[in-house]
Design a protein around this ligand. Structure first.
Ligand SMILES: Nc1nc2c(ncn2[C@@H]2O[C@H](COP(=O)(O)OP(=O)(O)OP(=O)(O)O)[C@@H](O)[C@H]2O)c(=O)[nH]1
Ligand SMILES: [Mg+2]
Length: 1044
């Protein structure tokens, strides 16, 4: 890769044309690492002996990966194949590590999508196809584990063909869904029940596909050469191409014609030696497609002979002879039939040859790839402002052009993207320099005495990087047009060394050109998770990567010995940098909280933290599960709710201690659809309303934004809100036109009155401004608020607010009105505090709307007297705002409690796979965990059942382990965070009413229900008072526990 002499442009172009950057993506356990092993054994320069390929799992070099036999991070290796250099990135399939898929996809141009031929398309297959689509990668499909169709399922070749056909169709269906932007989210599409039904799910028989012609639009077509059929374990694989060439001479047809005919409903008529449709062959049902006859049947024969000893023993020899294979006699005489089979098959249809030739043929080189990926990587910016420096714009455009062209000249602007930082132990770094000299791998300044060194996983998109170079490190928020104010988003750094990655091994290189993937040392201090590197300041940062899930599983950590606090903090800092997906924060109560994507991820983080980064003994809390609080209410009551909100009497009143302010609060439940819209758009709402979401320790560019970014986000959000409301109106009024009209009018009025959202100003709870038609008593003045959020969202024009200063009478009321205006922020703060911590267990509220009417009266008694009273007033003013805040907060919490508060819990969507004999135990486990099963499907032609269910997050701890234990490891489960769901139980059900308490005593003989148990556990964790059984007179304590 050193570029000492290749200065001529064309020379370097041909070099670049021989590069392929690819990644392997698939659902967990579909065989990615096994496949990578074979590719490395064949082309990795001898780092794996071919005999070990498939068993070594070279890319899983972490201890934890080997122990659990799953991949946990993406890592890269440079391969050489027929003068091509191929950078291969193996990625994890487990949902917990899906952020690593994003980082792998960003650096690659092509993706091998693996699908297990027995298990078929799974939830993570959807996810990786989507990732591939978002990042504009060119995909190839690899159908793995073909051997299982023969040996495990014992399918006939025809059945196997049907199955393969179906998988190809299904995958194509998913991709075409993305193409037409039908599916906004893969998970949504699964939730909507399209999994397994994407293509012809109903039919199933081999005939049902006979009529489905391969559509020209289909992404994956074996005829086009972008589908391979492989068995990674035994090291063989093929595309249609391999067989077409072989049969061309035998059948006397051209290889090209055969290539077209070897997939799909094409039949060979031995009499006429013609390729025909089904009708043309005759022979009734016996006829089989050419793929079955010429490809699968020979394979099946070889397997059957080798493994079962059935059939013609001469088959193996025949294969060896006709394909001219040189299999050593020693291997053929091996007693173990598997070894014989493997040595024949891997010579007949070598796996690496099939895959790598497909990669070289079907995947683009960096020059081609970057020209169409640039629109995703560096989207064109609309420059609206005329006052910008045109030189900067011109240079930024030049940089973009260089990226588009993958300019490899040394004088081209140098641009690279770092998709993640990873830690390697210092001793793993090469000890010798480029010329064989010993190098001193001392920690870079600021790394301290750490034994870990941070490397950047990067791809060069333009120009040449060399060690010692100075570059600008741009964060995702950088804007070259904003000059000075952007200082904090740009830093200068020196690249210490560049390495070519060989899995765990690192090869030092002096320089690397555009189109290559490298590891860079020297950026540890400058980059937290990801960044753009550039030789000029005048460059836009690359667009952020899209992550599929957010880290949700949180635990609190403290050192066993308090003296080790420093070590823990340092360890957390290192871990936060080493793992792109960890979130480290300090909770409101001062605990150090670690958030991971799931249990497996959390386990690894704990281990890394204890053994590598902090190196002290640590205590981990049980997972901190989040809840929400809401009130009871059905959608159909919404109209009544609306009524009560706009003038009902169903309120709670509180007065401030000094008696000057009376607060009346009403509450209603928002329609679930609206709540969801508000909840989902919190990032956008933050932008619109003008607040930062406050989670500063989120990686700078880990915003989980949708790819389909709308032209005008405000309009889009407004429309989503309207749609949500409309949906609710339809739901409740159905056919009654009059009612729905009335209802709509009411909603429109309400939407004009949004004062604030909460908690943190962006949550799914609304504060409406009060109606000021009802004048307060006597001299009381209403704190009106302003429909601030409605204005920002475009539900009202700014001008409408005009009639505010209309009625001013006496001097006193004028002064009061002024004061009332000042107190507006106190009301909002009270609302924010209340929605941040509900009455049940101090968890945030969810989907509620409040109307707060706060009236203030003049300072009693001395309204128009001497100076001192004014002073007193002023003195009290500071305290008074506090009183209002507390009154509003308490009233909001009290009304929620009064209106039958309910607990809301987070739900996982889970996909389970199990053989039928373990269905029973699996359901038992599900039952114990309060799961709700939504669907059970028998996978066509496979012995597996797929079950979809929802499991509360609070019940998911240890779920996978328990399931494994009860089903002897046969069942597997994947969890994805799905939605919030209200627990219908009344946490205070025991006993029902006050009268009942009197009648039945304290009710302590009735066990608390689930909601109550959950609330108590949260309260206990937070140190809030909990009503325990030990207490004799629980009724007295109950009022305390409710925290009114
Ligand atoms: N029968 C059979 N088993 C295979 C084949 N390929 C892989 N396996 C097995 O499938 C299991 C998973 O293989 P891996 O290569 O670790 O799968 P992976 O996709 O890398 O898994 P993650 O990285 O954890 O997502 C291993 O036990 C392999 O031996 C195959 O072609 N046939
Ligand atoms: Mg793997």
């Amino acid at each position: 890769m050193s570029d000492s002499d290749s200065n001529s442009n064309s020379n370097s172009d041909t070099e670049t044309r021989k590069i392929r950057n690819i990644c392997i993506l698939a659902h967990v356990d579909h065989g990615k690492t096994t496949l990578a092993d074979h590719l490395i054994a064949a082309s990795g320069g001898g780092v794996i002996h071919p005999k070990l390929a498939g068993r070594l799992r070279f890319m899983d070099y972490l201890d934890e990966e080997q122990r659990r036999a799953i991949t946990m991070k993406s890592s890269s290796i440079a391969l050489r194949y027929k003068h091509h250099s191929i950078n291969l990135i193996d990625s994890p399939g487990h949902m917990d590590f899906c952020s690593e898929v994003s980082t792998a996809a960003r650096l690659s141009d092509g993706a091998l999508i693996l699908v297990d031929a027995v298990e078929g398309v799974h939830i993570q297959t959807h996810a990786v196809l989507r990732q591939c689509w978002i990042e504009k990668l060119s995909p190839c499909l690899v159908l793995n584990k073909i051997d299982r169709l023969i040996c495990e399922l014992r399918l006939s070749p025809l059945e196997a063909y049907t199955r393969l056909l179906r998988i190809v169709h299904e995958v194509n269906g998913i991709v075409s869904g993305y193409k037409s932007e039908k599916y906004l989210s893969d998970v949504d599409s699964v939730l909507a029940g399209s999994l397994g039904e994407a293509v012809g799910g109903g039919g199933g028989g081999d005939e049902s596909f006979e009529f489905v012609e391969d559509d020209e639009e289909d992404t994956f077509q074996p005829q086009k050469g972008n589908v391979a059929f492989v068995c990674a374990l035994d090291g063989w694989g093929f595309g249609i191409h391999e067989f077409a060439e072989f049969y061309a001479s035998k059948l006397g047809a051209s290889a090209a014609a055969l290539e077209k005919a070897l997939w799909g409903p094409r039949y060979f008529n031995p009499k006429t030696k013609m390729i025909t449709g089904k009708k043309g062959v005759g022979g009734g049902s016996k006829a089989r497609p050419m793929f079955v006859q010429f490809v699968l049947e020979p394979l099946w024969q070889v397997y059957q002979v080798a493994l079962d000893g059935e059939g013609d023993k001469g088959v193996l020899e025949k294969v060896i002879k006709s394909f001219n294979l040189s299999v050593p006699a020693r291997e053929l005489q091996n007693k173990d039939p598997k070894v014989v089979l493997q040595s024949v098959m891997s010579r007949w249809l070598p796996l690496s040859e099939a895959i790598l030739s497909m990669v070289v043929k079907c995947m683009p080189d960096p020059i081609v790839a970057q020209s169409f990926r640039v629109s995703r990587l560096l989207p064109k910016r609309e420059i609206l402002n005329n006052g910008v420096d045109s030189n900067v714009v011109a240079e930024a455009e030049l940089v973009r052009k260089s990226v588009e062209a993958c300019d490899t000249r040394p004088e081209a602007p140098c641009v690279a993207f770092v998709s993640k930082m990873f830690a390697v132990p210092m001793k793993m770094l090469p000890q010798r320099g480029l010329h064989g000299e010993f190098i001193n791998n001392l920690a870079e300044s600021g790394e301290g005495d750490s034994d870990e060194c941070f490397l950047a996983f990067a791809r060069i998109f333009s120009g040449v990087l060399y060690s010692g170079q100075r570059v600008f490190v741009l964060s995702a928020l950088y804007d070259p047009l904003k000059g000075e104010s952007m200082q904090k988003h740009v830093q200068e750094a020196e690249l210490q060394s560049l390495y070519l990655m060989m899995g765990q091994g690192l090869n030092l290189v002096a320089s690397a050109k555009a189109g290559n993937v490298v590891a860079i040392r020297g950026l540890g201090q400058h980059i937290l998770k990801s960044a753009t590197l550039s030789s000029t300041r005048n460059c836009w940062p690359f667009s952020s990567m899209v992550f599929q899930v957010a880290p949700t599983l949180r635990v609190a950590i403290e050192p066993s010995d308090p003296a080790d606090m420093g070590a823990l903090l340092k360890g957390l800092k290192l871990l936060n940098r080493a793992d792109p997906f960890v979130e480290v924060s300090v909770s409101a109560r001062g605990e150090n909280v670690l958030a991971a994507a799931g249990e497996v991820h959390l386990e690894r983080c704990k281990k890394d933290l204890t053994d590598r980064f902090a190196k002290v003994k640590l205590e981990f809390s049980p997972p901190l599960v989040s809840f929400r609080e809401t009130i009871e209410g059905e959608v159909s009551y919404m109209l009544e709710n609306l009524k009560s909100l706009t003038g009902g009497l169903d309120y709670i009143e509180k007065t401030t201690p000094n008696g000057r302010c009376v607060v009346r609060v009403q509450v209603m439940k928002l329609p679930p659809t609206l709540t969801k819209v508000l909840d989902d758009s919190s990032d956008l709402l933050g932008d619109i309303i003008g607040v930062k979401s406050g989670q500063t320790n989120k990686g700078l560019d880990t915003q989980r934004s949708s790819i389909l970014e709308d032209e005008n986000p405000i309009e889009a959000l407004k429309k989503r809100i309207m749609d949500a409301v409309e949906k609710d109106i339809l739901l409740m009024t159905e056919t009654d036109k009059d009612r729905s009209e009335k209802c709509r009018a009411k909603w429109l009025k309400l939407l004009k009155k949004i004062w604030a959202l909460g908690p943190r100003q962006i949550g799914p709870n609304i504060l409406f401004t009060p109606d000021f038609k009802r004048k307060g008593v006597d001299s009381f003045v209403l704190i009106r608020g302003s429909s601030h959020v409605s204005q920002r969202l475009g539900f009202v024009d700014d001008s409408i607010d005009g009639d505010k200063a209309a009625e001013t009478s006496s001097e006193v009321t004028q002064a009061l009105s002024m004061e009332a205006e000042h107190l507006e922020s106190s009301v909002v703060t009270g609302f924010q505090l209340a929605t941040a911590a509900g009455p049940l267990c101090d968890e945030p509220m969810w989907g509620l709307a409040f109307v707060v009417e706060a009236y203030i009266s003049p300072f009693m008694g001395q309204a128009n007297e001497s100076e001192t009273s004014h002073q007193q007033q002023a003195e009290q003013y500071g305290i008074f705002t506090g009183q209002v805040i507390t009154a509003v907060k308490d009233a909001c919490r009290a009304i929620v409690l009064q209106k039958k508060s309910r607990l809301v819990e987070a739900m996982y969507f889970c996909e389970l796979n199990t053989p039928p004999e373990y269905l029973g135990p699996m359901y038992a486990v599900l039952g114990r965990r309060r799961a709700r099963v939504s669907k059970e499907i028998m996978q066509e032609g496979s012995p597996l059942f797929t079950v979809h269910a929802y499991v509360p997050v609070s019940e998911s701890i240890g779920f996978a382990d328990e399931l494994r234990r009860w089903t002897s490891g046969a069942a597997s489960v994947l969890l994805v965070l799905s939605h919030w769901e209200e627990l219908p139980q009344d946490p205070f059900f025991v006993p029902k009413t006050e009268e009942e308490i009197e009648e039945f005593g304290d009710g302590s003989s009735v066990p608390p229900n689930t909601a109550r148990k959950l609330i108590d556990s949260v309260r206990r964790r937070k140190g809030l008072p909990v009503e325990e059984k030990v207490v004799q007179h629980a009724t007295k304590q109950r009022t305390l526990a409710r925290k009114v």
